[in-house]
Design a protein around this ligand. Structure first.
Ligand SMILES: [Fe+2]
Ligand SMILES: [Fe+2]
Length: 421
């Protein structure tokens, strides 16, 4: 290892700049492969627009500098030092990014042996292995090629790279700043923005969000929770009125049934009466969620028709989720994540859906689906679903405890045939 590394000693400033460029580019390739394989599509990794990830360039330069101090160390100790240095670089970059831009681009909080989510043992081991590959195979080859390049050409290339890098950094930093500003604007103005505007804002940072999936968590923690709180307080004001209806003290309005009649009477949809959900059947659950959403949206002057229909169809999955008995739902798939897609497929098969209804169905598990709903109506349904589900669940829990005490069996969902009788 020591012999191979000796190649770089005595090189000038232009060499260092070109090393930085080459290793930032190699880092970009590593990240693109990693990110694209996870997301199964091409992802332009890194926060720069160009094909460079500077943290890799800096990491490589640090390894080269450190080498001159530890060249006589035993190989194992040398590797350990590289691991520590690269981990320190990663921590420092993460720390600075959080302090300057108030954003966490990556977060290892869920990994074991992490420090403030900025570094973790698993990735430190990976960086150490990468350092081994770097000093043994990559740097000796790159250094050998650079040594034969004319010094003047190298200087021109280094200046061109620095100029390009300067421009890219300016544009990329302003895009990160714009991201934060737009998200803050989205939060402040959420209920004054049209659905098209909200969608536009969320889509305008698609590249950044794909390159750094952790930014979705930022949206989730900073924005979604705020919006959720607002929706909750909006709905709270109409809750009492709606619950009187749901408790059966007043009949459901004719207008509500007129809106959802074709769905309620559809042969395939009626099968939902045969599947148990929380404390009764999926049918009862979706009807309650639909009625709640219809009432809330009506009071809030939103599109209550789409809310009622979307909510009616939000759990249109025809299997017992407790037994995971859907033939097309693979064992390793999680019902919580998958059923909105299945419900949307079923709904689209039997009914004509508009954009709001589609969004309601596909996003009703938010914030489990990280991207927030596009429409205010979807937020209302999301709220109604969670609110009523937890209420149904707690009711069933209380009932099952009472049954246990009295020694009576559990209630089953009605079949469609039983329902007709
Ligand atoms: Fe659901
Ligand atoms: Fe539901």
């Amino acid at each position: 290892m020591t012999q191979a590394m000796a190649d770089f000693v005595g090189m000038g400033a232009s060499h260092w700049v070109i090393f930085f460029a080459v290793y930032s580019f190699i880092g970009w390739i590593i990240e693109v492969i990693y990110r694209s394989s996870i997301q199964r599509r091409f992802i332009n990794a890194g926060f720069l627009y160009g094909m460079f990830i500077p943290i890799y360039g800096f990491g490589a330069l640090f390894v080269l500098v450190v080498y001159s101090f530890i060249r006589d160390f035993p190989d194992l100790l040398e590797l350990l030092v590289y691991g520590v240095v690269l981990t320190a670089v990663e921590y420092a970059v993460g720390f600075l990014f959080e302090k300057i831009f108030k954003l966490k681009l990556w977060d290892y909080s869920n990994n074991r042996f992490n420090l403030h989510g900025r570094i973790c043992l698993l990735f430190s081991l990976f960086w150490t292995a990468l350092a081994l590959v770097f000093v043994t195979f990559i740097h000796p080859v790159v250094a050998r090629y650079l040594l034969v390049v004319d010094e003047r050409h190298l200087t021109v290339a280094a200046f061109m790279f620095l100029a390009y890098m300067g421009i890219d950094v300016v544009f990329s930093v302003s895009s990160i700043t714009a991201f934060r500003n737009r998200i803050a604007y989205l939060y402040d103005e959420y209920f004054n923005l049209s659905n098209v505007e909200i969608e536009k804002i969320l889509n305008s940072f698609q590249r950044l969000r794909s390159a750094f999936p952790n930014l979705n968590r930022y949206i989730d923690s900073k924005i979604n929770i705020e919006i959720k709180n607002r929706v909750n307080s909006m709905v709270k004001s109409v809750q009492e009125k709606i619950f009187q209806d749901l408790e059966g003290r007043r009949p459901f309005e004719k207008e509500f049934y007129d809106i959802v009649r074709d769905i309620c009477e559809h042969e395939e949809f009626l099968r939902l009466k045969g599947f148990f959900h929380h404390n009764s059947s999926i049918y009862d659950h979706v009807r309650d969620v639909a009625y709640f959403s219809y009432q809330a949206c009506k009071l809030l002057k939103l599109d209550y028709r789409s809310a009622a229909r979307g909510a009616m169809l939000h759990d249109f999955f025809l299997y017992d989720w407790r037994n995971h008995d859907e033939p097309e739902l693979a064992r390793d798939k999680f019902h919580g994540f998958e059923h909105p897609r299945i419900a949307l497929e079923n709904a689209a098969k039997y009914f004509k859906l508009n954009d709001i209804e589609r969004d309601i169905i596909v996003k009703h598990m938010w914030p489990l689906t990280l991207v927030p709903p596009k429409y205010k109506e979807s937020f209302i349904v999301t709220f109604a679903d969670k609110y009523l589900s937890s209420k149904e669940f707690l009711d069933e829990f209380a009932r099952s405890r009472a049954r246990k005490r009295n020694g009576r069996p559990r209630m089953k969902a009605r079949t469609a045939a039983e329902e007709k009788e």
